[in-house]
Design a protein around this ligand. Structure first.
Ligand code: UDX
Length: 443
């Protein structure tokens, strides 16, 4: 199939490159000329595992990037809209989606053959049919369902493993306004014959995406709330509590051969210093705002956000158990990315933690295997001393705060001095492996 992808952010570029690797002739469109050139030279503009390999496999063959949207729409039969939907004020900002729809519509006015426009960006339920479709009709002067199709195909890509997630999806959700649209959308994924496909309407597809992220975020905040109470009560380690909970057969089924399946889901029942990233915080807040708009308050999700906002502060409370005064205290913050495997620091718990420590006059050192450059935009060299290695980061520290569960931090027991306090925000290190240990959900 000939397809076009509008927007070359992590969703657009990963989707475009992966679909090209499955044999589709793919054009990725972006207004940023420099980015387009970079992609065409085979260089990935973002840090994402597997992306450089898949780009070099496809670029100049099945995949190319371009700034010319008109030519791309005219020469393809399906377009994915994969532009950003940042959270602004009290709702998601649809201006990029509107703009993309209007530009596509203006080209459809001059196109004779049937074209399908699919929204891949995360948008609140109703957006595809109530916002995108009318813009397409208005700007093209044509009728949806007759001259062109409109669909919604949410992404479920975790940052850091987006390529693997795209190539080995848990499920594919296709929301289309009619059977003809769905038929074309199915062709897009015909190289995934073993994957479960949910075919539905666009509004349900949009709701599936928000519900999936809302559920995972709820489980994290639930675990963190239990962790905080466990720590307050004393004598309880939340990791043991959660192990006991995981062994419910409904969470980890036992197969006929007696083996137990340990689903990835139980990972979300592990306590920590809070979730971040570009999806969970934004999606949960957007769903809350949508509920408010329709006078259906999302009380549970409001609590999820509230608990998460307080969680970084738990790290500082644990620190204060050992040090009354933070002024002049040498504190090392390990992990700046919102999770391992990415250089994305958006909504990372490290940000409020660094802010508070800075405010209280701590002497700050930070280390992250890949996200240092990004954090320098928020905290420059005079605020934080960045080190290039883990051993340099912890040398001479009074306290070390583990914020992101990077695998290299498993070396900490070997590196920490006997008087350094480790505050483990991810329960990554065994509590008996270092002399002075504090962890979320443990007292
Ligand atoms: C998430 C969804 O998993 C993905 O399906 C969706 O499309 C986009 O949002 P992502 O934000 O990349 O993906 O990361 P994920 O690995 O799900 O982690 C999200 C956040 O939750 C991270 O900050 C992580 O540290 C945190 N988390 C995860 C916890 O705090 N505790 C956990 O037990 C698990």
């Amino acid at each position: 199939m000939n397809i076009s992808v509008v927007g070359t952010g992590y969703v657009g570029l990963v989707s475009g490159a992966c679909l090209a690797s499955k044999g589709h002739e793919t054009i990725c469109i972006d207004v940023d000329k420099a980015k387009v050139e970079q992609i065409n030279s085979g260089v990935a503009p973002i840090y994402e595992e597997g992306l450089p390999e898949i780009l070099s496999e496809t670029i100049g063959k099945k995949l190319r990037a371009d700034t010319n949207l008109r030519e791309a729409i005219l020469n393809t039969e399906l377009s994915l809209i994969a532009v950003g939907t940042p959270y602004k004020g009290d709702q998601i900002d649809l201006s990029y989606v509107r703009q993309a729809a209007a530009e596509i519509g203006r080209v459809l006015a001059d196109k004779d053959s049937y074209h399908v426009v699919v929204v891949k960006s995360t948008v609140v339920p109703g957006t595809t049919e109530d916002v995108v479709l009318p813009i397409l009709e208005e700007t093209s002067g044509k009728k949806a369902g007759q001259h062109f199709g409109v669909g919604m195909n949410p992404e479920f890509l975790r940052e850091g493993c987006a390529v693997a997630d795209f190539l080995n999806p848990d499920r594919i959700v296709l929301g289309g306004i009619d059977e003809r649209t769905l038929g074309v959308m199915k062709k897009l994924y015909q190289a995934f014959p073993d994957t479960d496909i949910v075919t539905t309407n666009p509004k349900t597809a949009e709701m599936i995406k928000y519900t999936a992220n809302g559920l995972l975020a709820t489980m994290i905040s639930f675990s963190n709330e239990i962790a905080n109470l466990s720590a307050k009560l004393g004598g309880i380690d939340v990791t043991e509590v959660m192990r006991g909970v995981h062994l419910d057969k409904r969470l980890s089924p036992i197969l006929d051969n007696g083996c137990r399946i340990i689903p990835g889901l139980t990972q979300y029942l592990a306590a920590g210093c809070g979730f971040g990233g570009s999806c969970f915080p934004k999606d949960v807040r957007a769903l809350i705002a949508h509920g408010k708009k329709y006078e259906e308050p999302m009380s549970l999700l409001e609590a999820v956000v509230k608990i998460n906002a307080q969680q970084p502060n738990r790290m500082l409370e644990l620190l204060r158990k050992h040090f009354r005064e933070l002024r002049g205290l040498k504190v090392s913050v390990l992990g700046l990315a919102f999770k391992p495997g990415t250089n994305d620091i958006r909504e990372s718990p490290a940000i409020p933690i660094l802010h508070q420590l800075q405010k209280e006059g701590a002497v700050l050192t930070a280390f992250d295997p890949v996200a240092e450059h990004e954090m320098r935009h928020l905290f420059n060299d005079s605020a934080v001393r960045y080190t290039r290695s883990l051993d340099k980061a912890v040398e001479g520290a009074d306290a070390v705060l583990l914020i992101t569960n990077w695998p290299e931090f498993s070396e900490l027991p070997r590196l920490l001095a006997s008087n350094t306090v480790l505050i483990d925000g991810r329960r990554a290190i065994s509590k008996d492996a270092v002399p002075r240990y504090e962890g979320i959900g443990l007292s």
